[in-house]
Design a protein around this ligand. Structure first.
Ligand code: AMP
Length: 395
């Protein structure tokens, strides 16, 4: 993909509107996980070292187009200036003469952070006049917000109609790595897909099907597949309406020679609770009143073996209800196995990333995608509006 990159443009003395994904979790009024801010630092440092003036903007949470102090960027301002190691100016106005004045007064190497873009409903509506007003703050637009690239909003799409537009280094790296996964994966290519529901993963399963050599299924979604083949699943999570598609997918794996693996044993519980009674049972052992909460030891070792010989691994979705310690083992063991493998490893999705962090193996993963929704949509084969806009492909 020929994304216009920032490495070769002259930014000295130029005002740059930098769209970032600083949609970080907050706890008691401060940033509890600053990963997303840190991941953007390579773009920010590159631009500041070259004498740019930065106007940095992001959304935070879902304030639904209204000013709401709960979603103010002020805690982000504090975390951002700490990471950057220098003062960051702040503007409560996002558009209009006052903020234009502040942006015009920036010196080379200075940074201005704007208040939450989603305090204006026009942001999510991708409203033209609002996009134009955003563009009046700068001479160049750079999008480094991969996590928001699946949304056609004013700050990710509309603004590109008014300014020369480029991809930041994080955006570029995300697209480059995800593209290489689907176009030239080192074989065998193993996809590990877990999480609650088949319905939310069916598109990615279908799209990856003719690209992977093996697909390892875990989490709640495994039970719809097992039920479709008349395996007893007791009170496990099942999406009845998805059973026919699940049934067909297992058939398709046979025709297309995809090594499609379902759990062969389970940690089951008598209620959906970390105080539940638990048992380890094999494939046919889930009785009524009990539910599958995690993959069992035989499944873990079967999956470990496949992971060990992989050339490329993509992982999205936990293998069990990993938020409860009793049912976290499968997910943590898979995270460790992925970290140990010599394959190119790509992990996407909040829960899988949390498991990688919990296992303490984040530095052993080739690429941790910052955009859960965006990386899933990309691998589902959908075009991302924020990326198309940089390529100047308009619908
Ligand atoms: P997703 O967002 O689709 O990746 O799903 C993540 C959620 O799936 C997590 O909150 C897990 O607790 C949940 N999950 C994983 N395994 C199971 C299971 N066996 N039964 C019910 N929920 C599960």
């Amino acid at each position: 993909m020929n994304l216009p990159r920032i490495e070769n443009i002259d930014v000295k003395g130029k005002r740059i509107f930098l769209r970032v994904d600083f949609n970080v979790p907050l706890e008691n009024g401060s940033v509890s996980d600053d990963t997303r801010i840190k991941k953007t630092m390579s773009t920010i440092e590159l631009l500041l070292n070259r004498g740019a003036k930065l106007i940095v903007a992001s959304h935070l949470g879902r304030p639904d187009g209204k000013v709401n102090p709960k979603y103010s960027m002020k805690p982000v301002l504090e975390a951002f200036s700490k990471i950057l190691g220098k003062e960051v100016k702040f503007s409560e106005n996002i558009i209009g003469p006052e903020v234009v004045k502040i942006s015009n007064s920036l010196n080379d190497g200075e940074v201005l952070l704007l208040e939450n873009l989603r305090f204006h409903k026009e942001e999510e509506e991708n409203e033209k006049e609002f996009s134009k007003k955003l563009s009046e703050l700068a001479e160049i637009y750079i999008n480094d917000a991969f996590g928001a690239a699946h949304r056609a909003h004013a700050s990710t799409e509309g603004i590109t109609n008014f300014l020369p537009s480029y991809a930041g280094t994080l955006m570029y790296r995300e697209i480059e790595i995800l593209t290489s996964l689907i176009t030239k994966p080192e074989k065998p290519f193993v996809a590990i897909i877990g999480g609650a529901k088949v319905s939310s993963k069916i598109k990615i399963l279908n799209n990856l099907f003719n690209k992977v050599d093996a697909m390892l299924i875990g989490g709640g979604m495994a039970y719809t597949f097992l039920k479709s083949r008349a395996v007893p699943v007791g009170s496990s999570l099942v999406e009845k309406e998805l059973e026919p598609q699940a049934f067909q997918m297992i058939d398709k794996a046979g025709f297309e020679k995809v090594d499609f693996q379902l759990p062969v044993d389970h940690i089951i519980a008598d209620s959906f609770s970390d105080k539940a009674k638990t048992k380890t049972v094999d494939k046919m052992g889930i009785i009524d009143g009990w539910m599958g909460m995690d993959i069992g030891p035989k499944t873990i070792s079967a999956y470990e073996k496949i992971i060990k010989s992989a050339g490329t691994i993509f992982w999205n979705g936990p293998m069990g209800v990993f938020e409860m310690d009793k049912f976290a083992n499968g997910t943590i063991q898979i995270a460790k196995a992925i970290a140990k493998s010599n394959a190119k490893t790509v992990v996407g999705g909040g829960d899988s990333i949390a498991a990688i962090n919990k296992a303490g193996v984040e530095d052993k993963i080739t690429h941790i995608s910052t955009g859960g929704g965006a990386s899933l949509e990309f691998l589902e084969g959908r075009a991302l509006p924020g990326v198309l806009a940089l390529l100047k492909i308009k619908d």
